[in-house]
Design a protein around this ligand. Structure first.
Ligand SMILES: [Zn+2]
Length: 174
């Protein structure tokens, strides 16, 4: 009698919806897009953030003979425009989304190009704003570092290139 009542209780619990988050891996969830950050170009123009598909971003990369991961700032200082792959970005936590958008903003607002020192400088500029405007600390930057790794691994970037990038992001977080 006692046992069958227990069994019935167990069956009821088992029938409850199981929390989906337990099985989630990177890019399994739609977090929704964050609002685009305020961003001024070097020439003082408001920078527009335009969501495109992953395929569209890849197409733009092909035209420039390169690969853009997640987003790119228009190379001309006269064009205050950033495009980003909203299909991938919305499947990352908001902390990471803001880092990406502020990184692209830094290209426009500081005139950073695509060399490695300038990429690192854009990460640092983004980190500065994340701390000052969003109050991000160690916990948020851990999420940013983790998703930077997920993205680079997904793009099959070699580990030898992932490590210095993560070091640069983590160094700026302090
Ligand atoms: Zn960049």
């Amino acid at each position: 009698m006692e046992i069958s009542r227990l069994a019935a209780a167990f069956l009821m619990v088992a029938a409850l919806p199981w929390p989906a988050a337990a099985a989630d891996g990177p890019f399994d969830r739609d977090f929704g897009l964050v609002e685009a950050p305020a961003c001024k170009s070097l020439m003082g123009m408001d920078v527009r953030f335009v969501p495109v598909t992953k395929a569209e971003l890849e197409g733009v990369g092909q035209r420039y003979g390169t690969v853009f991961i997640l987003g790119v700032a228009h190379p001309s200082p006269m064009v205050p425009l950033v495009i980003f792959d909203h299909e991938t970005l919305r499947k990352t936590p908001h902390e990471f989304q803001r880092q990406i958008l502020l990184h692209e903003c830094a290209h426009k607002s500081h005139g950073f190009g695509g060399s490695q020192p300038e990429e690192d400088a854009a990460d640092c500029e983004a980190a500065k704003r994340l701390r000052a405007e969003f109050g991000y600390g160690a916990k948020e930057f851990e999420t940013i570092v983790a998703y930077t790794r997920h993205i680079l691994e997904r793009e099959e970037i070699p580990e030898a290139q992932i490590r210095p990038k993560l070091r640069a992001v983590a160094a700026c977080a302090r």
